[in-house]
Design a protein around this ligand. Sequence first.
Ligand SMILES: *Cc1c(COP(=O)(O)O)cnc(C)c1O
Length: 341
Amino acid sequence: MPVVKANAYGHGAIQAAQTLIQHGVTRLAVFSTAEGVVLRQAGVTVPIVTLGPVFPQQINALFSYRLTPVVSDCSTLESIAQHAASQATRWPIHLKVETGMGRLGLSERELESVINTQKFPSSLHLEGLMSHFADSDGPDSIATEEQLRRFNRAIRVVVDGGFHVPLIHLANSGGVIRVPSSHFTLVRPGIMLYGYHTLPSTVPAPDLQPVLSLTTHIAQLRTIQPGGTVSYNQTFTAQRLTRIAILPIGYADGLSRRLSNRGHVLIRGQRVPIVGLVCMDMVMVDVTTLPDTTIGDEVVLIGQQGNERLTAGDIAQWAGTISYEVLCAISPKIPRLYHPS
Ligand SMILES: *Cc1c(COP(=O)(O)O)cnc(C)c1O
């Protein structure tokens, strides 16, 4: 069950969903009801599981667009059950149990009350049972093993309660790669689909290749004298005669302002530094070492150019974050172009 939330980690939810389905995927996960509606309106017909919370005002859309909710609390279970009572068949839901993430999910006691009292709503079909790892990409697997033990206890509670639950799922990308005993009947890979992982280097990981490149073009070039400054608040002062390229991409496009005077881009196969503060729609780079550069030259922010390569992981390091955030920050206003492999 691939995870295509957050616009498929910035890659474009509709195209990602369609491509995954072409490759044999039969069920998708998103975060919100709204994300599920977007996929349905684009013609996606496979079951779509919404991982996030469901508010009462979203329940109509949930049913109209045939979305499968993850239910993490008793009051949501009740309101979905009420709505499902007017449906022709039992409505599929997945229950989420809390095993150590400290986020959404039924506690052990809540699960027992839902399962054991035989009060489970007859309008609902308990199709799935799930939880979520907090530290599957951590330096060791101690917390992950404990979550796995708690999840197995929850499965026991449900089985002993007389339920047959067809879909049992726990593993995110870290779990997929590192914890085979967490695979059960479904896995929920997200970041690894897009060619990244955040596992420690000591863990053997598959050779994943980033599928996304982010490029722009040089809009203007200018030469500034020693002592000249670049961008807002004069945080960069030229020490020599300096050639500056102006690029039409900025923090409104998802290029973090934390890359100011820190990040690099590729031009003509060379790494060149960002100088000055990243602006809303523009950023400047120092191309003094590339005298042949001209207006219109391709600029790579993520991807390969010549023998050089930049990844979302590189940007994440400069900006003090993780590849996940770099990818989902890429604004929907940037056109996505898809190349069949
Ligand atoms: C985002 C998410 C995933 C996918 O996580 P990755 O680390 O990107 O593989 C899986 N399950 C849930 C509940 C999530 O929220």
